[in-house]
Write a protein that binds this ligand. Structure first.
Ligand code: ATP
Ligand code: MG
Length: 269
């Protein structure tokens, strides 16, 4: 089975994060070899991005979600490092502004969806509206519980409009999170990354697990699959994400468009 098949959250299946080992490396043991494979994938991604842009028919949207310190920033930096910034954009979704809150929860999301030919990366996403919002009761249950359906329909709309969507949940253990938060406290170059909320949110670990389980379970679909990425080992996380991206983009077989006029008659003077 390919890595992509193995890490896919199968549509309609129950999700129990406890059954997914965050330290898993699926038989890969050689970190250096994994780093080399990552580099090869990064080069393949760049070539695929070029074709996707030239073709100009389809967009790719990659969603990253994780617990605090789960490695979204690191994965985006490593895996996307070879992409041409001209047709690639990262959008980070923070606490909604007043203007954003005055609209429906998908308003700010829809505006950031990539155009045909582009690759869009979401650092956090519309899923926050069934994660942090649910865990902290930021809206009543009657409101957030309807959002799974809204999300599925929204993602279907995107798929029907040639947006290829894939979603990564970077899965770390509670112990690994503790170590990463401690490192942020101890390392002066990482102090800026830690907020009192990160420490506060840790108390809600179990609630977040349940919220993630339900989101993945209800919103992993054929047209917008979730992948559960074991993310305790950064090298494996990056390899897995890059491999799934390459496989997905290769599956699209982006083609260079035919020349718009008869090149045999062209004279460049
Ligand atoms: P990250 O932690 O993702 O690396 P960051 O540290 O740069 O990002 P933070 O301000 O810590 O920035 O993270 C963004 C915060 O915004 C998170 O606590 C997240 O839960 C919150 N957030 C995102 N979307 C929403 C939403 N729709 N409703 C409420 N809070 C949200
Ligand atoms: Mg943060």
């Amino acid at each position: 089975m390919s890595l992509r098949q193995e890490l896919l959250a199968r549509p309609g299946r129950k999700v129990r994060l406890a059954e997914h080992d965050p330290g898993n490396t699926l038989g890969f043991t050689d970190k250096l070899a994994a780093r080399e494979e990552l580099e090869a994938n990064v080069r393949r991604l760049a070539a695929l991005q070029y074709r996707l842009f030239a073709e100009g028919r389809r967009a790719v949207l990659v969603v990253f979600q994780a617990m605090d310190a789960g490695g979204k920033d690191g994965a985006i930096r490593r895996v996307m490092s070879g992409l041409n910034p001209q047709s690639c954009r990262v959008t980070s979704f923070k606490k909604p502004s007043e203007a954003e809150l005055a609209h429906d929860f998908l308003w700010r999301i829809h505006k950031a969806v990539p155009a045909r030919g582009e690759i869009g990366i979401f650092n956090r996403s519309h899923y926050e509206d069934v994660l942090v919002v649910r865990v902290h009761n930021l809206v009543p249950k009657a409101v957030w519980s309807e959002r799974y359906e809204d999300i599925n329909r929204f993602e279907k709309l995107l798929a029907r409009n040639d947006v290829v969507l894939l979603k990564f949940f970077l899965h770390i253990s509670r112990k690994e999170q503790r170590e990463r938060l401690l490192a942020r406290v101890e390392d002066p170059e990482r102090n800026w990354k830690i907020t009192p909320e990160d420490l506060e949110e840790r108390k809600y670990w179990g609630d977040y697990v349940r919220a993630y389980e339900e989101a993945i379970e209800r919103c992993s679909t054929g047209h917008a699959p979730w992948y559960i990425i074991p993310a305790n080992h950064k090298w494996f996380r990056d390899l897995a994400v890059s491999q799934i991206l390459v496989e997905t983009l290769e599956g699209l077989k982006p083609k260079f468009p035919a020349p718009k006029f008869d090149l045999s008659k062209v004279r460049v003077v």
